[in-house]
Design a binder for this molecule. Structure first.
Ligand code: G4P
Length: 531
């Protein structure tokens, strides 16, 4: 039997981020393989067909063969209990992707070695930076021709503004990929192209000082290049500092090939050594220690319609402190009531396992009869805790939405408000216009389809979406000091209010944002809302 502190301290909860096709799914599969959670990589989710296994909740996912929702995977490795929060890997993603990062203690960033930093990585990375969570980089697909290693590191530093520290160094790439040099052990680990789906083969490790042996195995040319690069690296690279890694200022970088299973276990081992157990979180200005406090958790995601027949909603919670015991009552802070969490479950691939116990660091899903909102806190009764809300991220696509059948106004408003409450979309109304028009804002355009689909299927309302050209949204940070009605912006600017009545401005381009700031001295604009 482990003590509570041991259970919590062996937990590692991280999100995987990448641009689509960089290899996130493949890497996750290999992690699970090492943990013994699956016998053969590919059985969790390969491509299109198998991907359904993970989150088969919405028909739209089935139709498109993509995962709209993020899911959680838990596995054991080397006495660690690891929770991976998967973020959808397709181009269109929703706020859920961002929110998932709020529930993680660190992030693994997968980069395609032939592509470097791509759009989606940049976006997700911003959220990691905002939260100052440690980021671990895996540069993947070294079995294919890769960009120059120094260039790749340079790009990460310049584009993402984070220092890099290579944990290992690749020797060649593509057909000439020979392996990696491990800087800590000062050994070269030779590449062996293991079969897809099997564990890493027994790779040979050769000390870098053993020139004859190395030349024999990797060849004279690769050896010369390696020594040259290592000299450069020792002179130029950032020094390793665990503190800087943990504050999110320095990212350790590993190289490998998830598909051929090279470098994955090395990465996992380094990662586990450098990451922390569940981190303390802020509640009303104070840090809540995960071990010494009673149970507390916050809701970071609400998933509706997982089972249409029951119209069920599942609230996903990240446990921040203590132990969750299904037999004990908890206190829902925002609802001000004591309750028992209904059907607590761990959602792993397509299986839902009813839980009796879970610990800080874990993610649980509970049945939500419509009482939870994103950001809510639940905790042990008689404890005082209220986690800071989850910021609302700026939508990037906007559309005016109308119901086709004007008689169905009530259902339409109810449906759209409920969906907005779950956080899948944001809705806005024209500022002071008295018009009943609703403007919908989403982070990824796929959410428009999800909205249409759900209003039709769950609320029996057909809608028309008319795309609007806005791309930038700003909350008025000092709304109490500004007379919004009198603001003078550019001609393309639109004033709207959000569900809570906060005033916002919509702009077609970033130039208009700057112009509006210039024209209204004292005006402060924010890219996301904290409440
Ligand atoms: P994602 O979740 O980040 O979107 O990427 P995913 O793992 O699905 O990988 C995208 C494609 O890249 C897949 O090929 C996958 O096999 C391939 N891939 C992943 N890691 C590596 C690697 O280390 N080396 C090479 N050469 N390829 C890699 P696909 O053809 O789209 O799918 P599949 O038919 O192989 O499943």
């Amino acid at each position: 039997m482990r003590s509570l502190a041991e259970e919590i301290n062996r937990r590692r909860t991280f999100a995987i981020i990448s641009h689509p096709d960089a290899g996130k799914t493949t890497l996750t599969e290999k992690f699970l393989l090492y943990g013994g959670a699956i016998n053969l990589a590919g059985s969790v989710k390969g491509k299109a067909t198998a991907r359904h296994a993970v989150s088969d909740w919405m028909q739209i996912e089935k139709e498109r063969g993509i995962s709209v929702t993020s899911s959680v995977l838990q596995f054991e490795y080397d006495d660690f209990c690891i929770n991976i929060l998967d973020t959808p890997g397709h181009q269109d993603f929703s706020e859920d992707t961002y929110r998932t990062l709020m529930a993680a203690d660190s992030a693994v960033m997968v980069i395609d070695a032939s592509k470097g930093v791509e759009a989606q990585t940049r976006k997700l990375f911003k959220v990691c930076v905002m939260r100052k969570i440690p980021i671990f980089t895996f540069i993947n697909k070294l079995d294919r021709d890769a960009n120059d290693t120094f260039d790749l590191l340079d790009e990460i530093e310049k584009e993402l503004g984070i220092a890099t520290c290579p944990v290992n160094w690749p020797i060649g790439s593509g057909k000439n990929f020979k392996g990696v040099y491990d800087r800590e052990s000062k050994c070269v680990i030779c590449y062996s192209d293991t079969e897809k789906g099997t564990k890493e083969g027994t790779s040979v490790s050769i000390p870098v000082d053993d020139k004859d042996k190395l030349v024999e195995v990797i060849g004279e040319e690769a050896y010369e290049k390696l020594t040259e690069e290592l000299e450069l690296l020792d002179g130029a690279g950032a020094d390793f500092s665990l503190d800087e890694v943990r504050s999110g200022d320095l990212t350790p970088v590993c190289f490998g090939s998830a598909l051929t299973n090279f470098g994955v276990e090395i990465f996992l081992k380094h990662f586990l050594k450098m990451t922390t157990a569940p981190l303390a979180r802020m509640s009303e200005g104070e840090l809540v220690d995960p071990v010494s406090n009673d149970f507390s958790a916050f809701v970071f995601k609400i998933q509706a319609n997982m089972n249409k027949a029951h119209r069920d909603r599942i609230a996903f919670m990240r446990i921040c402190s203590g132990e969750f015991d299904a037999d004990k009552e908890v206190y829902h802070v925002q609802g001000n009531r004591t309750m028992r969490l209904s059907q607590p479950q761990q959602i792993m691939a397509d299986e839902r396992k009813i839980l009796s116990k879970a610990y800080a660091g874990d993610i649980i899903g509970v049945f939500d009869p419509g009482i939870f909102s994103i950001g809510d806190t639940v905790c042990a009764p008689k404890t005082s805790c209220k986690y800071e809300g989850i910021p609302t991220f700026a939508p990037e696509h906007f559309a005016r939405v109308r119901q086709l059948d004007t008689m169905k106004r009530k259902q339409f408003v109810k449906g759209i408000e409920q969906i907005a409450q779950e956080g899948a979309i944001q809705i806005f109304r024209e500022f002071n216009s008295g018009l009943e028009e609703i403007i919908v804002g989403v982070v990824g355009v796929l959410q428009f389809d999800v909205l249409k689909f759900r209003l039709e299927n769950e609320y029996n309302v057909d809608i028309i979406l008319e795309n609007l050209p806005y791309e930038h949204i700003r909350w008025i940070a000092n709304k109490n000091e500004v007379d919004v009605a009198k603001l003078t912006g550019t001609s393309d600017m639109k004033k709207v209010t959000d569900m809570k009545g906060n005033p916002l401005l919509l702009f077609v381009n970033s130039w208009s944002v700057g112009m509006t700031l210039d024209r209204n001295p004292g005006l402060e604009l924010a890219e996301f809302s904290k409440n």
